[in-house]
Design a protein around this ligand. Structure first.
Ligand SMILES: C[S@@+](CC[C@H](N)C(=O)[O-])C[C@H]1O[C@@H](n2cnc3c(N)ncnc32)[C@H](O)[C@@H]1O
Length: 289
């Protein structure tokens, strides 16, 4: 990322805000905080689209058509990740680390985190904006810390250690919509750091750009747009490669799926054929070595 705060984090938060209060059948994983975190102009556009069920349905379809189904993946992945976090908390995990948090508002919207400490790590430029926007808002989580980091340069373990994170207790690591912006070297270094700070029973939920299911032209278009806004895309990665990288670091894969599966859990049958597998979510658990 170069010289400015992340714009892609605004867009994904805008989609979460858009699907909050969406008409019956389309609303999933409501994020009542997202709209307040958006830059004013984007918040205005979201409100305009949400002003009636008819306009919202039209917006849903139009965005899906323009992005070739990419936009559907955001609310669907939010729901899939929320479910994975709920399961982790249900199994006793009390630390959530959000890597490249952007405008993630889980600490402020998920009551299930009331006994958990949430550590949000992000680039200083993106985080400065977030800090300003959440000022005075009370988290639902027991603890909430914003920690500045550049994954290409800084050490996750050191940043977290300074914030009070306990590497000897199980943790849930969320890496949502970030790996595609990192070089392979930064991904491996981050995975090493995650493994090094993960007590047995810790979980990692990580999304990655899939190598299959994405037409070549769509991938090149996405790359050109991302490079144009200063957030160049890397990858994609294949599932066997991701699983191998996790396996050598002591993580056993629990699930690995995409919007093609998430849509079946969340939206009516009329929507199922629209979801594409641009991004996958792998959830893995650290075993005792
Ligand atoms: C697409 S946004 C996703 C934000 C959030 N996880 C979500 O899903 O809403 C990508 C995030 O990765 C962060 N990021 C990208 N490269 C980074 C780097 N080198 N160091 C720290 N954060 C980085 C950006 O600041 C941004 O918040």
């Amino acid at each position: 990322m170069q010289g400015h705060r992340s714009r892609t984090s605004d867009w994904v938060a805008a989609l979460r805000a858009l699907y909050t209060g969406a008409p019956a059948g389309l609303e999933i994983a409501p994020d009542p905080v997202a709209e307040a975190l958006l830059p004013p102009l984007l918040a205005l556009e979201v409100r305009a689209l949400r002003r009636s069920p008819f306009v919202m349905r039209l917006g849903h379809r139009a965005l899906g058509a323009v992005t070739r189904g990419l936009s559907y993946g955001i609310p669907l992945r939010t729901a899939a990740i929320d479910a994975a976090i709920r399961a982790g908390v249900g199994d006793g995990i009390r630390q959530l680390v959000v890597l490249g948090a952007g405008l993630d508002a889980r600490a402020f919207r998920m009551g299930e985190l009331h006994e958990a400490h949430v550590y949000e790590l992000d680039h200083p430029l993106t985080q400065a904006y977030k800090r300003e926007r959440i000022l005075g808002r009370r988290p639902l989580a027991r603890g909430h810390r914003l920690c500045a980091i550049d994954f290409e340069r800084d050490r996750i373990g050191e940043v977290l250690g300074a914030a009070g994170f306990r590497a000897d207790e199980p943790s849930f690591w969320l890496w949502e919509g970030v790996t595609m912006y990192l070089t392979p070297g930064a991904i491996d270094a981050s995975l090493d750091a995650i493994a090094g700070a993960s007590a047995p029973g810790s979980r990692l939920a990580m999304t990655y750009s899939a190598r299959t299911g994405v037409p070549r032209w769509a991938w090149h278009t996405a790359r050109a747009i991302a490079a144009g806004i200063g957030e160049p895309l890397h990858g994609p990665m294949s599932s066997p490669d991701v699983h191998a990288r996790l396996g050598v670091r002591g993580f056993r894969v629990r699930s690995d799926d995409s919007a093609r599966e998430w849509v079946r859990r969340s939206w009516p049958a009329s929507e199922h054929h629209r979801a594409e597998a641009y991004e996958r979510l792998v959830v893995a658990e650290r075993h005792a070595q």
